[in-house]
Design a protein around this ligand. Structure first.
Ligand code: ADP
Ligand code: MG
Length: 550
């Protein structure tokens, strides 16, 4: 120990500069010569530190954004851990897809003028099972045809009588070997969960009895799997926050289109509405407050849609089955967007559409400080204000019909908001063109609901629904009540027949209106069964109470 201290002291003494025989040494220390390698190493380490600091800052920035999305997930009451993992997976998939797209572009470039092409297949990141997912899959879904099995490709073509060959070599389609091969081949088309092994390369044959047993087992397993999956889907779909929706909302926040999403304003049968703070899109600032309408994509809804097309030659069940449910749900958003835009164009006070992403519609918020404007149904208005609301509504109904050439088709005190002394029309996804085959009936229903509402609020000068209908349309249909409805229907029928003559029949573009019309009829039938009369009670019975903002 003593030895060590002595050594240190000695070193200290050594490092003290000795007096120079030529005078005082210069004050500033002369640079210590160092080799180039050392200098480079030092610069390198500085670079590293800088990069490290930048990384930390970036992570911090991205975490800051994620906070908002976390709030959103919390608002949806989802299980956070599972969601984070899911989100991470989906984002990773997005990144991988982007990477693959770039790779494909490079591959094309490299092979452009070459006789021998090089494949970058091995460098792709997305697993083949996920490659045609998402949008591409959606585009192709309409023309989906199951892939042909190996046997189909190799099968001999039988004559009409089910035989092939002639004389001794005649083979029927019930031939044991052919059937056996066919069964073995069909086994390969069982769902991937069924471990069938790879039998295509060998001459595998399965007799009918064994094949049927395997098929039954596979079907039962498949059903069980689907039930489990459906249960899981429903648990999130009930809150419309399925993985796809979350990803869309996540992207809207992450891209800065929205600043943050606050919570849900209303949960209805077909949609959920959220409040959000607007951000920026293409250099344009969105309104400070926005409403996000998310159309529900529950499995149940799609299953039920089948019955809307039963028994109608224009929409055979097979045709309907082929439709991609995700595409159908998008139509609601597209329709609402188109209708809102048209109404805005003619000066009808309604939300201003900001962005439509698949089944998520962002529009301006009618209300302030996260409080949506009250519905006409609930707002407490003075007599004068109610009179004003009535006059505004009558005017707007005429504008919607005459200028926008639309019929709201669900106009009631529930879909009219009162904000800044004005009437605001919302919920127009079901609104139809006046050329729609049931437009007049819808219009008469709207007239009925509005006149009965204003009458119940003791407004002066409320016309009868028949008067209002004639006033709006400029028609002079006689009668009242059921007689009037019958007249309207007769008139509508004549008009439709005229359209048929002129080849403007119900085309696919009316598919949405058709479903809506059917669903309305069903709704009326259901109410009849419940013994609820048409009118105020009906809406009350069907309208779900909005949830308070969290
Ligand atoms: P649904 O088809 O579920 O009835 P709506 O479009 O009527 O959907 O919206 C449901 C509720 O959400 C409305 O009653 C209203 O309270 C609220 N809401 C919808 N859009 C807006 C908006 N742009 N601004 C403020 N509140 C809105
Ligand atoms: Mg509504």
């Amino acid at each position: 120990m003593e030895e060590q201290t002595a050594l240190i002291n000695q070193t200290k003494i050594d490092s003290v500069p000795k007096p120079s025989p030529w005078g005082k040494p210069p004050q500033q220390s002369t640079p210590i010569p160092s080799c180039l390698q050392d200098v480079m190493n030092e610069q390198l380490s500085e670079d590293f530190i800088e990069k490290e600091q930048k990384n930390v800052l970036d992570t911090f920035e991205s975490e800051k954004k994620e906070v908002d999305v976390d709030a959103l997930i919390a608002a949806a009451g989802a299980d956070e851990t599972a969601d984070d993992e899911l989100m991470a997976r989906m984002l990773q998939l997005e990144y991988d897809k982007q990477n693959d797209e770039e790779l494909l572009a490079k591959e094309k470039l490299v092979n452009k003028h070459q006789k021998v092409s090089i494949s970058f297949e091995n460098y792709r990141s997305v697993h083949p099972a996920y490659r045609d997912d998402e949008d591409k899959e959606e585009e192709d879904d309409d023309d989906y045809e199951p892939p042909k099995s190996e046997w189909d490709k190799k099968s001999p073509s039988f004559k009409k009588n089910g035989t092939v060959g002639s004389g001794k070599n005649v083979v029927t389609k019930h031939d044991k070997v052919i059937c056996g091969r066919k069964n073995a081949s069909k086994l390969m088309d069982f769902p991937p969960e069924f471990h069938s092994g790879d039998g295509e390369s060998m001459d595998m044959q399965l007799n009918n009895r064994i094949y049927n047993k395997l098929k039954r087992h596979s079907d039962a397993e498949n059903k069980r799997h689907q039930r489990l999956h459906e249960k899981k889907e429903h648990s999130t779909a009930g809150q419309v926050m399925d993985a796809r929706t979350r990803l869309i909302l996540y992207k809207l926040v992450n891209n800065g289109v929205l600043d943050s999403i606050s919570g849900s304003i209303s949960t209805g049968k077909e949609s959920v509405v959220f409040h959000a703070y607007g951000g920026e899109l293409n250099g344009e600032t969105l309104p400070k407050e926005c409403a996000i309408k998310v159309y529900k994509t529950t499995l149940n809804e799609f299953k039920n849609r089948g019955k809307y097309v039963d028994g109608d030659h224009r929409f055979s069940r097979d045709d309907f089955k082929k439709q991609n449910p995700r595409k159908i749900i998008r139509i609601w958003g597209e329709k609402e967007t188109a209708n809102l835009n048209r109404m805005k164009k003619f000066g009808v006070p309604c939300p201003h559409v900001q962005v439509l992403k698949k089944h998520v519609l962002v529009m301006s918020f009618i209300g302030k400080d996260m409080q949506p404007a009250p519905k006409l149904k609930t707002v407490k208005l003075s007599t004068a204000d109610m009179q004003d609301a009535f006059e505004q509504t009558m005017k707007i109904m005429k504008t919607i019909h005459r200028d926008c050439k639309l019929v709201h088709a669900d106009l009631s005190e529930f879909n009219i908001l009162w904000y800044q002394d004005k009437i605001w029309i919302i919920d127009v996804s079901q609104a139809v063109e006046i050329t729609h085959p049931a437009a007049l009936e819808f219009l008469f229903r709207d007239c009925k609901s509005m006149t009965s509402f204003f009458q119940s609020r003791d407004v002066h000068g409320v016309p009868t629904p028949e008067e209002l209908f004639n006033d709006i349309t400029g028609l002079e249909i006689q009668g009242e009540g059921l007689e009037f409805v019958a007249q309207v229907q007769r008139f509508q029928k004549e008009k439709n027949e005229e359209c048929l003559v002129h080849q403007t029949t119900y085309t696919k573009e009316y598919a949405f209106d058709y479903f809506f019309e059917k669903s309305q009829k069903e709704r009326a039938d259901a109410l009849d069964k419940l013994g609820i009369s048409d009118g105020e009670d009906e809406d009350e019975a069907l309208e779900e109470e909005p949830e308070d903002i969290e």
